[in-house]
Ligand binder design. Structure first.
Ligand SMILES: *Cc1c(COP(=O)(O)O)cnc(C)c1O
Length: 355
């Protein structure tokens, strides 16, 4: 199997080897040590400001999106949310579900966020800004420095869903002034699904402390308290946490987050250059490194996905809804190489050659 989807993605051999072992009991000093180290490395890789904390939640990325909305925000807030696709839409739904007033910046699929979208929103009493740094459904990378400036100028709390950009695109919580960063195990961490991570700035931590949680499983106060001794309130996805530990170590040993971002950028550029001989165009003018969304006008996008899967054993990512027949996505996260890109482009050439 050759997997170019946007998650779960392919794991390297070291991570796979851990997955083949028995899962250990976890209320031990040894597991606590692993967890404390996971937290230290996550804080460092996120560029978190001093006094920040990281929570490891058992649940996919959406669990941490919901935990962030529930524990950091409240109905007294007034949020701005960028909605450029299905993940932006998810933030809107979560805010509505939890009774948090929000103003939606609705973007056409694939379009970047510009100063023009923000300028009219200054001085309107907003308190928080939520954005998916990469809108994975269309492959758009938003202009984070611009968003960070807007939030700083207007005193807004900044919540960043970096689920598909962490380790792929440069991100520094402290430099951006971000208060919450969310990621998940099955994206660029290239581990099995099951764990998501929330990094909280001191300002976000203060909010968590002062709010009463209405969920037991997603109570961040409880998670933070247990995390002080390297534990979790309930049985976590222990195996995945051990795999994350190995992966964070290996990234650190290979030059840290900058090297990993450079590797992802190289893979994305390599693929975009190789695919340029085919009748597809980049869907977004500001693509993220973790995924390339391509527009196809001659061959229906969904058929490309099906044919590659059934005839070539290669998985790319289809789109749903109104983009189903026009857009497909090729992920670059996980244990992929430039040679794998060549294999994919050759398969596409062969497929188109056969009609
Ligand atoms: C994958 C992803 C999510 C979370 O999806 P889950 O299926 O809950 O893990 C959220 N936001 C973005 C931008 C994503 O890419």
């Amino acid at each position: 199997m050759l997997n170019f989807t946007v998650g779960p993605v392919m794991s390297d051999d070291a991570v796979l080897a851990i997955g083949s072992q028995q899962v250990p009991y976890f209320r031990t000093p040894e597991f606590s040590e692993v967890m404390l180290e996971n937290e230290r490395l996550m804080l460092r890789f996120a560029g978190a400001p001093a006094g920040s904390r990281a929570c490891f939640m058992t649940g996919s990325g959406t669990a941490s999106m919901e935990a962030s909305v529930m524990n950091v925000l409240s109905p007294q807030d007034k949020a701005i949310v960028v909605n450029g696709g299905s993940f932006g839409e998810r933030f809107v739904q979560l805010l509505q579900l939890h009774g948090i007033p929000c103003h939606e910046i609705k973007l056409d699929y694939g379009q970047p966020l510009t100063e023009g979208h923000l300028s009219g929103l200054a001085g309107k009493g907003f308190t928080a800004f939520l954005v998916n740094m990469g809108e994975t459904s269309t492959g758009v990378l938003y202009d984070m420095p611009m968003i960070g400036r807007f939030c700083r100028d207007n005193g807004l709390l900044l919540v960043v869903d970096a689920i598909s950009t962490f380790l792929c695109d440069a991100f520094d919580m402290k430099a951006l002034g971000a208060d919450v960063m969310i990621t998940g195990s099955q994206k660029a961490l290239a581990c099995p699904p099951g764990i998501s991570v929330i990094v909280l700035s001191p300002r976000a931590l203060q909010r968590v402390e002062s709010h009463q949680s209405v969920s037991m499983y997603l109570d961040l106060k409880l998670a933070l308290k247990n995390g002080e001794r390297g534990q979790t309130p309930f049985t976590p996805a222990v195996g995945t946490l051990l795999q994350i530990n190995r992966r964070l170590h290996d990234i650190d040993a290979a030059g840290g987050v900058e090297s990993e971002v450079a590797r992802m950028s190289m893979l994305a550029r390599d693929f975009r250059q190789k695919v340029s001989v085919l009748p597809f165009t980049l869907f977004s003018p500001s693509p993220q490194n973790g995924v390339t969304a391509l527009l196809t006008t001659k061959v229906p996008a969904y058929d490309i996905f099906t044919t590659l899967k059934d005839k070539y054993g290669i998985w790319i990512c289809p789109n749903g809804g109104e983009l189903r027949d026009r857009v497909f996505r090729v992920g670059h996260m996980g244990a992929l190489t430039p040679a794998d890109n060549t294999t994919l482009v050759d398969a596409m050439l062969d497929m188109l050659g056969r009609g």
